[in-house]
Design a protein around this ligand. Structure first.
Ligand code: ADP
Ligand code: MG
Length: 568
């Protein structure tokens, strides 16, 4: 029985945008499908470690590419984890990612304004791997069977709103995707994906590092047929993989090109863009590991959602063990993507055990230090890159000020802040302190919803008049960390943070304080007793007659407002 099912609305929209966007580099569809196949093989091996009763042969896991120039198809098959019927409906038929609706709205806007660059960039943020096949296909077929289960599913679609699903009794385990190539691309020799030579070139370029063997047109008896015109005797002799399968992080640094790093980054991050920064480091001695990490050039779509994933994969001696390894990265560094390959761990280690593992804790410490150092260094080396990073991921980084006491100062060092010093540029705390005039003891800040709102705050007037700089903190997270982090700097040089809206900020010498207001003040305090705890003279204002201040140790005004609006 064949069912016709509609793609979820968001999925349909994205698919349409994908098909009709003139994304210049269509070759990437193959990279995406191979990347999925590789993920599926990783998952199967992981599951076979965890579930000894799975009863699946994992001795010959690989990806197979089959071209058929007469039928004008290319098939990408893996014997990995596969999908159940429900998997297919949810994983292929819908987009369940947080932030989808917002990004789609931006996409429509970009399309309407004709900005192709922005469109391509936004599409890239979805990491819409599978749908990219519709850039080159009239029709896509998929047969899949979940490892350890019996029945398989056949899926088919022209990408136009609906897909067809039917049951298949004898599907091989894993997933096989057949792409029916558009007729119009047949003439284009460089992009004829039914041509083995073209396929080989693309795999070399985009998927060489994939650790699983990728076979091109293998035959049952072990000979590879690469199409009659191909004269590659070495290849014809056996089913040799066409990828070198070398782990990037295990190769000498000087031998890995930026482009190879970029492709690997795309594979682990599911991002379509290049990484902003690449980090490689190793641990030696009793506990060996290698790390290859990346900073993204844009915030992952789900960065500020509750279910955001952490992006570091754990390998043990080149073997994939786990994705999104929480034990390796704190939540506030969830934008970091990449791989840690440890030498001395068991392959079937569980997430729970990892959290307790001393070696993993050491790697995590090192990783955090290294990432924070890299961000701080980036500001000096390439201000533009740093600004991009900060704009995209800075808010997430500042969450570390709430949770990572050991690295508070390093996080402050890596951070930047808007301030009254410069209307355009952000400042570092070090620069702020360097500019502090004689007599200023604290780092002053004001929090609020927007720069415009806080800049007009009456509290700021006297600080301006006195030549004191004020940090303008407008992210939600700022409200919280300023209450937790007492100071910046170490030892005698530590400078306390002080809100200009709280407590008695004394900006004048006693001599300047006018006298004879005591009666007025006590009368006002009594009259306003229901609303304020005290009315006092202030030297903090210059042009406004009065302002409200919070008590030292009291709630910050925005938080107070929030509590009130929640009825507390
Ligand atoms: P992503 O890889 O970023 O998750 P894709 O669109 O490439 O997005 O794939 C969507 C999902 O479909 C994958 O996360 C995976 O669960 C499933 N999937 C795709 N291809 C395969 C495959 N070959 N084997 C098993 N599952 C697959
Ligand atoms: Mg994918």
């Amino acid at each position: 029985m064949t069912e016709t099912i509609e793609f979820q609305a968001e999925a349909r929209q994205l698919l349409q945008l994908m098909i009709h966007s003139i994304y210049s580099d269509k070759d990437v569809f193959l990279r995406e499908l191979i990347s999925n196949a590789s993920d599926a093989l990783d998952k199967l091996r992981m599951e076979s470690y965890r579930d000894k009763d799975l009863g699946v042969d994992t001795s010959d896991l690989h990806v197979e590419l089959r071209t058929d120039s007469a039928a004008r198809t290319i098939t990408i098959a893996d014997n990995g984890i596969g999908m159940s019927r429900d998997d297919v409906v949810t994983l292929i038929g819908t987009i369940a990612k947080s932030g989808t609706a917002e990004t789609l709205a931006k996409l429509r806007e970009a399309q309407a304004s004709g900005s192709e660059e922005v469109t391509a960039e936004l599409i890239g943020q979805f990491g819409i791997g599978f749908y990219s096949s519709f850039m080159v296909a009239d029709r896509v077929e998929m047969t899949t069977r979940r490892a350890g289960t019996d029945g398989g599913v056949h899926w088919e679609s022209a990408g136009e709103g609906t897909y067809e699903l039917s049951e298949v009794a004898d599907a091989p385990q894993g997933t096989s995707i057949t792409v029916h190539l558009k007729a119009e691309d047949a003439e284009d020799n460089l992009h004829d994906y039914a041509d083995p030579a073209v396929v080989k070139r693309i795999v070399k370029r985009y998927s060489d590092f994939i650790t699983w063997p990728i076979l091109l047109n293998p035959t049952a008896d072990g000979a590879v047929v690469e199409g009659a015109e191909e004269e590659d005797s070495e290849q014809e002799a056996s089913n040799e993989p066409i990828n070198s399968r070398k782990a990037l992080w295990a190769r000498p640094r000087s031998e890995v090109s930026d482009e190879e790093y970029a492709e690997f980054y795309r594979h682990v991050s599911h991002d379509w863009q290049e990484p902003l920064e690449t980090m490689r480091f190793t641990g030696e001695g009793t506990f060996e590991y290698q790390a290859l990490l990346f900073l993204p050039a844009h915030a992952p779509m789900d960065l500020y959602y509750r279910d955001a994933k952490r992006g570091v994969q754990l390998y043990v001696k080149r073997v994939f063990v786990m994705e999104d390894c929480e034990a390796l990265v704190p939540e506030y560094l969830r934008f970091v993507k990449g791989v840690v390959d440890a030498q001395d761990l068991s392959l079937n280690v569980s997430r729970e055990i990892l959290q307790q593992d001393r070696q993993i804790q050491l790697i995590r410490k090192r990783l955090v230090k290294r990432v924070l150092q890299t961000i701080t260094a980036l500001r000096g080396e390439d201000a533009e890159k740093y600004d991009t990073f900060w704009r995209e991921c800075g808010r997430a980084l500042k969450e570390g000020l709430l949770s990572d006491q050991d690295n508070t100062q390093a996080i402050l060092e890596a951070s930047s802040f808007a301030s009254t010093h410069d209307p355009e540029k952000l400042t570092t705390l070090a620069d702020y302190v360097a500019r502090m005039p004689e007599g200023q003891e604290s780092i002053y800040y004001v929090t609020g919803e927007s720069r415009a709102a806080v800049e007009n705050s009456p509290h700021i007037e006297a600080f301006r008049a006195k030549g004191y700089e004020v940090l303008l903190l407008t992210d939600q997270v700022d409200e919280v960390w300023v209450g937790m982090v007492p100071s910046y700097g170490a030892g005698d040089d530590a400078k306390p943070f002080a809100s200009i809206a709280q407590g008695d900020v004394d900006l004048a010498d006693d001599a300047e304080k006018p006298e004879g207001f005591d009666d007025l003040l006590s009368w006002m305090t009594t009259t306003l007793a229901d609303d304020v705890s005290e009315v006092r003279l202030s030297t903090r204002l210059t042009t406004s007659p009065a302002c409200l201040v919070g008590e030292v140790g009291g709630l910050p005004p925005q938080l107070e407002q929030m509590m009130r609006s929640m009825g507390q």
